[in-house]
Design a protein around this ligand. Structure first.
Ligand SMILES: Cc1cc2nc3c(=O)[nH]c(=O)nc-3n(C[C@H](O)[C@H](O)[C@H](O)COP(=O)(O)OP(=O)(O)OC[C@H]3O[C@@H](n4cnc5c(N)ncnc54)[C@H](O)[C@@H]3O)c2cc1C
Length: 431
């Protein structure tokens, strides 16, 4: 339905008189502010933006999009929106941001608009932590549905695999509970399958007893990048699960640097002892950024991915290509991030979801790869992906093993056969 123009009476007809949130149409004052995602390259033009304030609003929006056969997308923060919902219905959940923490059961129960900062604040009051990621402004629901890889991931696994239950408005317009006993197939798919299966109206997930951590980012001159990455390949394999690290080659204040990001869920002395060999490989620090801190204050930004793959190890040929590309792309230098996975991430339980299964010991992200770099790395990578780190929606299937992807498509056929939830990282219903 191209270039659809909606009027207020149309909206009332569509969503019903009981839709209680604000609705923004093209030309309205709030339209521009509410239609934009984070990616500056996207300029979505939805026919309307509807702000849900409760489950009935979500239900009304899903049913309207389905019955009137228009594109539909849901957005909490816009951090993970990669495809514009042009001429469609964009449902915002931002104001449904309730957070309840049960300190005895060590679980959090959140609305679809909650962001990690909200949960960190609520949980830390009880000495508990969620499996949050590198930015407190990211939405809990989008993050978790896409897998959710955080700095406690090597210790406790992906956020998706700590979900206990979800409530979902399905394409049929039913509000269902999904957990290990009810709608177990949907529960499995939600834990990594992204937003393809319905609109999640609440999530319940485990919290962990983490308060103080030691970590941060220290910067070094980039000249020893080859030796440091080679040492990293060996050092990381012996690191305990409580130690999470990444090496970045980037620019800070106009200067090329090598950064070592680290977070240790434990004491400072032990962390420093563990990090010593890696630091020795990198040489004297330009900036020593490690310190003890509250987990709630420990978010560390990531590198946007244009190239993403996973590597079982870091052979010299991979290191050379990464260091070369960090040195010169169009005279500047790409940002490169090599991150250590493994630990609990490599030991998902049999009852876990589909997230993170097509990964390996190290992820490699390059923000400005040349075809030469991509081709050079290809023979060494596994051709894997992780939904939350992928902006290229043509690669969605690579975030899963072949059998999990086939199973996701079967679940999709059961819950959304007409692909109402098809904008973005979309999983098509099985034929
Ligand atoms: C600065 C930054 C740091 C990041 N750090 C990490 C990190 O450390 N680890 C990690 O794993 N990821 C990380 N990410 C990726 C992030 O988790 C994904 O982009 C995620 O999709 C963001 O979710 P959102 O709700 O904030 O974004 P939105 O753009 O609002 O939503 C993204 C998608 O999530 C789905 N979705 C959101 N809400 C619902 C709902 N209620 N029901 C159904 N589907 C829904 C939809 O498919 C939607 O298109 C980061 C992203 C950014 C921008």
């Amino acid at each position: 339905m191209a270039n659809m123009t909606m009027t207020r009476p149309d909206v009332t007809h569509w969503l019903g008189r009981t839709f209680s949130g604000a609705v923004h149409l093209p030309g309205d004052e709030g339209y521009d502010a509410h239609r934009r995602p984070l990616a500056p390259t996207l300029d979505p033009r939805p026919a309307l933006v509807a702000e849900a304030t409760n489950i009935a609003d979500v239900h009304a929006a899903v049913v309207a999009a389905r019955d009137y056969d228009v594109p539909f997308a849901v957005q909490a923060t816009g951090h993970g929106t990669h495809v514009p919902c042009d001429d469609g219905l964009l449902l915002k959940t931002t104001s449904m941001n309730t957070v309840q923490v049960d300190p005895h059961r060590q679980v959090a129960h959140v609305g679809p608009g909650a962001v990690w900062g909200d949960v960190l604040a609520a949980a830390s009051a009880y000495g508990l932590a969620p499996l949050s990621g590198s930015s407190n402004s990211v939405g809990v629901t989008g993050f978790t549905l896409g897998g959710g890889m955080g700095w406690l991931g090597r210790l406790y696994g992906l956020a998706a695999d700590s979900v206990l239950s979800a409530e979902v408005v399905t394409a049929e317009g039913r509000l269902v509970r999904a957990d290990a006993y009810e709608n177990a197939d949907l529960f499995w798919a939600l834990r990594g399958g992204g937003g393809s299966f319905g609109v999640v109206t609440s999530l319940e997930f485990r919290l962990y007893p983490v308060t103080e951590v030691y970590g941060g980012i220290s910067y070094f001159a980039p000249e020893r990048a080859d030796e440091t990455l080679a040492a990293y390949g060996d050092w990381a394999r012996g690191a305990p699960d409580a130690m999470s690290t990444a090496i970045v080659l980037t620019t800070v204040d106009g200067r090329r640097v090598l950064g070592i990001k680290a977070m240790y869920a434990g004491g400072a002395d032990e962390a420093e002892r563990l990090l010593r060999p890696l630091r020795a490989a990198a040489g004297p620090a330009l900036v020593d950024g490690y310190r003890s801190m509250r987990y709630a204050d420990a978010a560390m930004g990531g590198t946007p991915a244009r190239y993403l793959d996973f590597f079982p190890d870091l052979p010299d040929a991979v290191i050379k290509r990464l260091v070369d590309t960090a040195g010169a792309v169009d005279g500047a230098g790409a940002n490169v991030e090599v991150r250590h996975w493994g630990g609990a991430l490599a030991r998902p339980g049999a009852d876990g979801g589909p997230a993170g299964r097509n990964t390996a010991e190290f992820s490699v992200i390059v923000d400005a790869p040349t075809p030469h770099v991509v081709n050079g790395l290809r023979p060494y990578g596994i051709g894997g992906a992780f939904l939350n780190f992928l902006s290229d929606t043509s690669r969605t299937a690579q975030a899963y093993t072949a059998s999990d992807y086939a199973r996701l498509r079967t679940v999709k056929r059961a819950y959304d056969p007409e692909n109402v939830f098809g904008v973005g990282h979309s999983i098509l219903p099985a034929a």
